[in-house]
Design a binder for this molecule. Structure first.
Ligand code: CAA
Length: 296
């Protein structure tokens, strides 16, 4: 049995940061050398020692990464490209030290109308992140407010820097969360906390967010990205096929009753036995060696 820990250590033992491509410093600054398609509102790169982690940085620093329509179109495109790229195991969405994202762009939507929103399906582009089949991890430093908090909650895991601040302050500007905040937040933190956050617009800090279950781990600001890449790389040591099945099954817990969720889980669990990766994983365990997953 000691071999499981040994195998895990062997798989994870290498330096996880591809420091030649991404450098993090105390400022939280990320330096991109990518030849990836150039976007105006985001930066995209592939990082990690195996170059199997897709990194997306929201890049409207002057507007605290306010989520304008153009940004979300680009974000959706980048997420979909990473989702279909077989070399990519997991995707990270991050911002800068001051802001993950301070919400939907208030200046852009100020003049919106009910009929216009309805006709155009305002915010429909935001669904690409939650539709992604691969694990998406939010690395949150600074403000994650309104749509920024909702974007983080669309991700599968939230890691936070210790100065992160979360909130749904839409009530302060005469509206309500419109990208899942009233639905996902209660599932994370329970009704009473969610009501308090949504009805008062109060911000919560990273430690409180972790205590509530909104955030899974908190790190020093300058360590956040490095630790998030480590997490993505660790996920990337597993079979991509089985990771996808596991993600689908956990997500089902949010979509359905316990009884049908358990049935769904069982069908996915049975389904893993139709894969070569299940055979390989269990054989490797018994033979005390690292598995060689084929995504099949
Ligand atoms: N939309 C557009 N611009 C924004 C913005 C937003 N959500 N948040 C910040 N900005 C802009 C500011 O207007 C300012 O621009 P100028 O320099 O051109 O004036 C710039 O970013 C810096 O912001 P501040 O000067 O306000 O920075 P601060 O440090 O004093 O305050 C803050 C930071 C507390 C986050 C404050 O900016 C703030 O309260 N922002 C709005 C937060 C908010 O209400 N978010 C919810 C939006 S609605 C939504 O998201 C709906 C939904 O569910 C989809």
């Amino acid at each position: 049995m000691a071999s499981v820990a040994a195998v895990t250590r062997a798989l994870l033992g290498k330096s996880v940061l591809n420091t030649g491509r991404v450098a993090t410093a105390n400022t939280g600054f990320i330096k991109f050398y990518s030849t990836a398609p150039q976007y105006e509102n985001i930066k995209v790169d592939v990082v990690g020692s195996k170059k199997n982690v897709g990194l997306i940085q929201l890049n409207r620093p002057k507007a605290l990464n306010a989520l304008c329509g153009a940004l979300f179109k680009e974000l959706g495109k980048a997420v979909e490209e990473f989702d279909t790229d077989e070399k990519i195991a997991a995707i990270i969405i991050t911002g800068n030290e001051k802001a993950f994202a301070a919400g939907a762009d208030i200046k852009e939507m100020q003049g919106n109308t009910y009929s216009g929103n309805t006709r155009q399906g305002f915010l429909k582009d935001w669904e690409a992140v939650s539709n992604c089949g691969k694990p998406v991890i939010a690395a949150v430093n600074g403000f994650a407010l309104g749509g920024g908090c909702e974007l983080a909650m669309m991700c599968d895991i939230i890691y936070a820097g210790e100065k992160a601040k979360f909130g749904q302050p839409e009530i302060n500007i005469g509206t309500i969360p419109g990208a899942g905040g009233t639905q996902r937040l209660p599932r994370y933190v329970g009704k009473s906390k969610a009501m308090e956050i949504v009805l008062t617009g109060t911000f919560i800090d990273a430690i409180e967010a972790e205590r509530m279950g909104l955030v899974s781990r908190v790190f020093p600001v300058e360590k956040l990205l490095e630790e998030t890449i480590k997490l993505a790389e660790r996920i990337g040591t597993h079979s991509p096929l089985i990771v996808k099945m596991a993600k689908q099954s956990v997500n089902q817990a949010y979509e359905t009753t316990l009884k049908s969720g358990l049935q769904f889980e069982k069908s996915i669990f049975y389904g893993t036995f139709a894969t070569e990766d299940q055979k390989e994983g269990m054989t490797a365990f018994i033979e005390k060696r690292a598995p060689n997953f084929k995504n099949n």
